[in-house]
Design a binder for this molecule. Structure first.
Ligand code: EPZ
Length: 440
């Protein structure tokens, strides 16, 4: 298992570039299931979750070509023939976002067999809201042997979903995306309320519109979809990854550097930029695709409460907590979206952070002098938090299980080295003493 070795103390200086948004690419790749034509997506990040989605689509019979293109990384997907519309547990268990194929498969084929995603480190991650809404659109969904067996009653002739008035009990990003993909081919109009407003939903809606869908209100809490009988292919460039961009802004701040985050969309970073400024960080929006972050003296404590977009993102909570360990005063970090998203806390405490957790609230007292340690990643964003702490800790930290990072960050350590970080990836090589232990 790969590890990162990080020597802390280097301020990050220069320009660091953001890749395409993983959480846009995943629903957009699933959207290719809705047409027999080719769909080409540009600015696709080369991360493990994209590879997993490729394997999932190919397991159903799709042709997926991931290649370096003039428009950076692009993938062309053709779902002309779907020989086996089943999302198998072996793949689904490695990536929960596999549930994004449920809506498009039912919309395209009138049936679907999708393994129930297990939980994950940050919470139970149920998909009951996806199921409830699809049933309201005419799908009959049974749960058998860990699989969802969905069929549209052929009684209405075409085995086609019908429009409905959907109100999500709580805001769900992939739930909104799954149902949007179901609604675009349904018979009649679908009114969706209490939708997620994330930029990734807007990205998906823009692709679907380019494919011929009729959608109004993307990016707001209420969307109206007028179903069409078929969709055609399209070429679409996805947004930059706002979570990667926010992670880099916090890396520049925690190391007291002068870092420009390029190829990002500052309009998607409002909550993160406002919070960094409140914490005493100098943040300048340089253009429509670049933000500069500089240390402007000592950091001051500023609390966060994670909310759905445009509130402070839960996917930046762990990274912000690492920064908060260096701020003077008490920072209250409240996690409102997931029930178990403090897995990074104990690892940060091992590096010297002063953090106490009670329920969904973490109390961070700073500034704390962090010292290098051997720590372990538990999930994607917790991993980023440990890297940020390692960049400022005195000495050499070893961060294990970085495969979690590889799921959603492209060439993360290379990008950081490019702006002055002392970080390198180590394969799972035995140090001499470990080898002796094995021999002994
Ligand atoms: C998406 O997950 C993102 N993943 C997550 O990013 C992100 O943390 C999350 O949205 C919140 O912003 C992708 O887009 C692939 P939700 P998703 O449905 O859609 C509960 C990352 O680090 N819920 O918005 O699965 C759920 O348990 C990942 O890139 C139900 O109860 O999240 C959670 O508490 C991690 N029933 C809350 O809603 C449901 O049917 C929000 O979850 C669906 C969700």
């Amino acid at each position: 298992m790969d590890k990162f070795v990080i020597r802390g103390g280097n301020p990050l200086m220069g320009v660091i570039r953001v890749s395409g948004a993983k959480n846009s690419a995943l629903p957009c790749m699933a959207a290719a299931l809705l047409t027999e034509d080719e769909v080409t997506l540009e600015n696709i990040p080369k991360v493990r979750d994209i590879e997993t989605e490729r394997r999932l689509l190919e397991s159903m019979g799709a042709d997926v070509a991931l290649r370096e293109g003039e428009a950076q990384d692009q993938t062309t997907i053709s779902c002309r023939k779907l020989s086996d519309p089943v999302a198998r547990y072996e793949i689904v268990k490695t990536m929960r976002a596999s549930s994004l194929v449920l809506g498009p498969l039912i919309a395209r084929m009138g049936m679907a067999r999708v393994a129930m995603p297990g939980g994950c480190a940050i919470g139970g991650r149920p998909i009951d809201l996806h199921i409830k809404a699809l049933e309201k659109m005419g799908a009959a969904i049974a749960q058998e042997h860990g699989y969802l067996e969905a069929r549209v009653d052929a009684g209405n002739g075409a085995g086609r979903l019908h429009g409905a008035h959907l109100v999500f009990d709580r805001i769900t990003v992939t739930g909104t995306e799954d149902l949007l993909m179901a609604a675009v081919l349904a018979e009649g109009e679908t009114l969706m309320e209490n939708c997620a407003r994330e930029p990734e939903v807007v990205d998906l809606a823009a692709l679907l519109t380019a494919m011929g869908a009729k959608i109004a209100g993307a990016g707001t809490a209420t969307m109206r979809v007028e179903g069409v009988t078929s969709l055609h292919g399209a070429r679409y460039r996805i947004n930059p990854d706002r979570i990667e961009a926010g992670t880099f802004l916090m890396a520049g701040a925690i190391t007291g550097g002068d870092l420009t985050v390029a190829n990002c969309n500052p309009a998607h970073l409002g909550a993160a930029i406002a919070k960094l400024r409140e914490a005493g960080v100098q943040v300048d929006v340089l253009s429509e695709d670049a933000v500069r972050v500089r240390a402007a003296g000592r950091l001051v404590a500023a609390g966060i409460s994670t909310e759905e977009y445009p509130g402070f993102p839960t996917d930046m909570q762990a990274q912000y907590m690492a920064l908060a360990t260096q701020a003077e005063g008490v920072s209250l970090v409240r996690e409102n979206i997931f029930e178990n998203r403090f897995m990074h806390v104990q690892e940060l405490v091992r590096m010297g952070a002063n953090i106490k957790v009670e329920g969904s609230m973490a109390t961070v007292r700073g500034p704390a002098r962090l010292s290098a340690a051997a720590v372990m990643c538990s999930d994607l964003r917790a991993s980023a938090s440990l890297v940020l702490a390692g960049l400022v800790a005195e000495g050499e930290s070893i961060i294990d299980r970085v495969y979690h990072m590889d799921r959603g960050y492209e060439r993360f350590e290379e990008k950081l080295v490019g702006v002055g970080a002392q970080i390198q990836r180590m394969g799972n090589v035995f140090a001499p003493r470990e080898a002796q232990a094995v021999v002994g």
